[in-house]
Design a protein around this ligand. Structure first.
Ligand code: F6P
Length: 556
């Protein structure tokens, strides 16, 4: 084991001191290959014999079709060679092994330990973290059972009817997305709300129709220093104390954090705190204690199935050859479009209303992870990295932005996510929904030629307008049903996709220094908006100074 770990570290070290990835023969081979194949049309590629077998992958509950990509078998081989050169296998193994792959923060990135079976051994600094994970899961489980069963009551003895999660970023998006996605598994006797924005409107409208006596707040913050979360938590505390008095706080507030000291300072009993650890990144934390409000909604058993879904994909990514490895292939195809076709964005289009927040969740996962422009050794990259990730549920998007996907000048690779079975009884709606998903992927790929348009009797002057170039690539993820296990698997697929891309680009997907500057400046400007301060004009650029002055004059 020690030998393997040393080897992996040596490979990582070599990778960071070696030539940049875009100076390698594997990159050059892809560039030449791109010149040869970029002009090939999906209409022709799609009918090549054997293509479907090679480019479809089945995981439990998820059928993935990668055949509508502008890739030949040789493309896939060359991308895998690039992945091998970058050390994708070694970095995945190092990440799973608990090595401190988050080098700029000197931390492991061990979200895979959050779903490891109880008998697994995963060490950080020579300590097996799996028993800690399971101890917290057990505590979350018994707390959730008590709340859901009415044994944990509010200060007046009434049972809890509303759970309000207060958090932001990774401490909000994961549980908010998953609670909506799994709403048909949630206890309908309770209301679930998620407050993230420091805009008072968010908390105000979330609480407007709630009864303090039956409301439980889950204050979720890894650091417990995030100003938005603490501001919302303080106002929520005031709302509760005004109605029920100071002693009610311990009945109505629990915390999820890595920072017990700050939780205690805030006034939440640390007996009511659910812990996680610095080796869990915020955007990788939905399956940690950050998922507490989700567990309160769907129950510990369904939460266990969610973890099982994650685990299935972890095993798949670790043990499957790269040519059949779904997250790795999705990551490599992303690199192919960004770095060789010049794609700047990637659409995520769930044909499942319950996944409405999934694009927003992936925005943080992908863009906070791969929005980087220096490599692990601090060198500026000479190529493009993470694309803009965006999307909305279908079919709504079809009546809004799909025009650009079909006929715009941008190449936007897209992921279509649908289910075979709906979680509602309106079966006819579902067939129509899935028909639309399939029709869109087909139309994007095939397009419509001028001859086809003319054959429909279209007037000559309109032909150019009605031609669809096609050749627009997409992935289809067709799930059996949107259930906890499938959702866990979906999230894990994207987590490992993101890691694959970061390894190829040589960047760190686990830090987020870029968000610090805005936070620091907001701290400085905040007091300036309130107090008259003549130094404002000289401390800011003219535009910002004038806006501060305008706001101050109107407000104070
Ligand atoms: O501002 C970015 C960020 O640090 C995210 O990475 C994180 O998920 C979010 O803020 C919330 O942080 P915390 O959980 O510490 O409140």
């Amino acid at each position: 084991m020690v030998g393997q770990a040393a080897h992996r570290l040596a490979v990582m070290a070599e990778r960071t001191t070696n030539a940049p990835i875009d100076h390698t023969p594997e990159w050059a081979a892809l560039r030449h290959h791109h010149e040869r194949v970029a002009g090939r049309h999906l209409r022709d590629l799609l009918v090549e014999p054997g293509r479907l077998e090679v480019l479809t992958i089945d995981l439990p509950g998820i059928h993935a079709d990668l055949s509508k990509h502008r890739a030949t078998p040789e493309t896939v081989q060359l991308l895998i060679a690039l992945a091998e050169r970058a050390g994708v296998r070694e970095r995945i193994a190092a990440t799973f092994g608990g090595e401190k792959v988050n080098t700029t923060e000197d931390r492991a990135a061990l979200h895979v330990a959050l779903r490891a079976p109880a008998d697994a051994v995963i060490e950080v600094d020579c300590r097996n973290v799996v028993p800690d994970v399971h101890e917290v899961l057990d505590r979350m489980g018994s707390f959730s059972r008590r709340v859901r069963g009415g044994d944990w009551t509010g200060a007046t003895g009434e049972r809890i009817r509303a759970v309000v999660n207060i958090g932001i970023g990774g401490s909000d998006l994961g549980p908010a997305m998953a609670t909506e996605a799994l709403r048909s598994y949630a206890d309908p006797a309770c209301t679930y709300r998620f407050v993230s924005n420091v805009d008072g409107a968010d908390l105000h409208w979330a609480l407007r129709d709630l009864d303090p006596a039956t409301t439980l707040f889950v204050v979720a913050s890894k650091t417990f220093t995030t100003v938005e979360t603490l501001t919302n938590a303080r106002s929520a505390r005031r709302w509760l104390v005004d109605a029920l008095g100071e002693d009610a706080v311990s009945h109505h507030f629990v915390a999820v954090s890595t920072n017990a000291e700050r939780v205690a300072e805030f006034g939440i009993d640390i007996a009511n705190m659910f812990e996680f650890w610095d080796w869990v990144g915020g955007r990788y934390s939905v399956d940690s204690a950050i998922g507490l409000s989700l567990m309160l909604a769907i129950g510990p058993e369904s939460f266990g199935e969610l973890l099982e879904g994650f685990r299935l994909v972890d095993e798949h990514v670790l043990t499957t050859p790269l040519s059949r490895n779904l997250p790795v292939l999705m990551g490599l195809l992303g690199v192919w479009y960004v770095d060789f076709f010049g794609a700047t964005s990637h659409a995520v289009l769930p044909y499942a209303q319950e996944l409405a927040r999934f694009p927003a969740y992936l925005q943080q996962l992908e863009m906070e992870s791969n929005g980087k422009s220096v490599t692990l050794d601090g060198q500026r990259v000479g190529f493009a990295t993470g694309p803009v990730v965006w999307g909305e549920p279908g079919t709504n998007g079809q009546h809004a932005f799909f025009q650009l996907l079909h006929q715009g000048t941008e190449l936007v690779p897209a992921d279509f996510i649908g289910t075979i079975h709906p979680n509602h009884p309106l079966e006819a709606h579902h067939d129509l929904l899935v028909a639309n998903l399939l029709a869109q992927t087909e139309a994007l790929a095939a397009g419509r030629t001028a001859d086809e348009v003319r054959a429909e009797g279209v007037a000559d002057e309109l032909v150019a307008h009605k031609v669809f170039e096609g050749n627009r690539p997409s992935t289809t993820l067709l799930c059996d049903r949107l259930d906890p296990r499938t959702l866990g698997s979906l999230v894990a697929i994207y987590e490992h996709k993101v890691l694959t891309q970061a390894v190829v680009w040589g960047t760190n997907p686990f830090d987020q220094w870029g968000v610090e500057l805005g936070k620091a400046l907001a701290t400085r400007i905040g007091p300036e908006l309130v107090a008259g301060d003549d130094s404002t004009a000289s401390a800011h650029d003219p535009s910002t100074a004038a806006l501060i002055e305008r706001y101050r004059a109107a407000r104070h």
